[in-house]
Write a protein that binds this ligand. Sequence first.
Ligand code: ADE
Ligand code: ZN
Ligand code: ZN
Length: 265
Amino acid sequence: MSYTAFFRKHSKWALLGICLFQNSQAFAWGQTGHRVTANIAEQYLSADAKAKIAAIYPTKSLAEISTIADEMRSDPSEFWQKTSSPWHYVSVPEGSDYSAAKHAPSQGDAYTALLSFSATLKNPEATLQDKQLALHFIVHIIGDLHQPLHAGDGTDRGGNDVKLEFFWENSNLHRVWDSGIIDRQQLSFTEWTNWLTQKISPEMAKQWQTTDPRVWIKESIQLRNNIYPQEEKLSWSYQYQHLPEVKQRLQMGGVRIAAYLNSIL
Ligand code: ADE
Ligand code: ZN
Ligand code: ZN
């Protein structure tokens, strides 16, 4: 069979493959980043929070539920295509502070969604299904807010419009920070967790306890301002320069997911 005849016969599958591939590129903090923050969090949960989480998701780990909000983006419903898509980030113009009233779009942003899902988890009238949705979004959103470009300045879609090469492949700045730097290390999420958790001292964990999302956003904005590269071809030196920041944001994200859940559950 010629190549063209083969493609004609199987084009459906080729197109599906291309779509899935492109979709997988759009995952925020990448799958690994979310699983690492959630897995670190498991080790800092109070007994009480653990029990309440187990009642909501009896058979799933936090790592497993941390990526649902991204995976569901291939669902064609309006909720997953439109309503929930701004809940993954906040936009804060340069020189400005986060203020929910000024910056959130009508369906909300990561900050307002986090507050509203927290209210659901605390509400004794909420159904199990509502609580499951709230819990997996909370774990996901806290992770996202620790990726510096999920607090974008509103001009370049959090660096998605900054096209560049990362290790000789076409990419963009947002993707480099979601997954490029992390995946380059070729570690599984459990290996990442083991390595990163060992290096969190009790003093660090204590210092990071803050459960105010505006503090996390402020830190992300500070980092954001130092990660826009001068050059278009990034490789070793960019990786070397920014890996320590990525590691610290994963550690902090993990500690904060636990601190936040401990405080609301
Ligand atoms: N679209 C607009 N701003 C964005 C951001 N900071 N992250 C991801 N997608 C976005
Ligand atoms: Zn996300
Ligand atoms: Zn992202």
